[in-house]
Design a protein around this ligand. Sequence first.
Ligand SMILES: [Fe+2]
Ligand SMILES: [Fe+2]
Length: 261
Amino acid sequence: MALYGVLGDIHGNREALQAALARLDECGVERIVCVGDLVGYNADPDECVRLLRQRDVACIAGNHDLIGTGRLGFERCSNKAMHSLKRTRRALSEETAAHLQALPAHLVPEDRFLLTHGGVRDVQQYMTQPKHVLENVAYLRRDFPGVRVCFFGHTHEQKVFEVKDGSVGERDVTQPVSLDGDGEYFINPGSVDASRKRATKLAECAVFDSARLEVRFLQVDYDAAATEEKAAANGYRLDAWRDRLYDIQRRLMPARSYTRL
Ligand SMILES: [Fe+2]
Ligand SMILES: [Fe+2]
């Protein structure tokens, strides 16, 4: 049992990652885990992966890590994501790419809680609705019997879904949440990278006490303007004409061919 920092959806955002790690250090976490999407969208994929490896963060693969290293294609991602991932593919060092390709799809720390990126069986599924949670709780019981706490990412929103007596409820993430009941829990620590958020640009993460079975959510200020400037200067942002070009390509060409453009 330990006090864990939980990260996810870092997306090559060095400034946000450094701010989140500093806050987790202040909270006294003993170990750090990450629910995937280390790269994509922003200009520091190598630096983020290096930092995570230095800090011995236990990571799983997100869809951006798989697409960014050619393990998955662009079929199920938006034009913005596709554009930044094409850039990421060119930017990644061989060492980083090999590391990302070797990340597992799941981890089960302490044989007690699961880390998954999207759905339990689908790395690109957005778990946003109760029906998705009910589908995934069935997979959790079948694939990871005895595990009733699951951390996930991909939706970029801090969230606790509780499954009890066959129905799904949401818990208030502005307060510490006890996972001590007899339900099953799907928890999103939020997105470290805030570049895609409109209202507030804060790095999100969580602290999980596996002994007390309690999770609390953090939101940390970082230099979002610096991240944005670097991403734009290095070609990670999609302009309007290329957006239209991608739309046309998606309509006219088989998916496999536009992945090389
Ligand atoms: Fe993501
Ligand atoms: Fe994702």
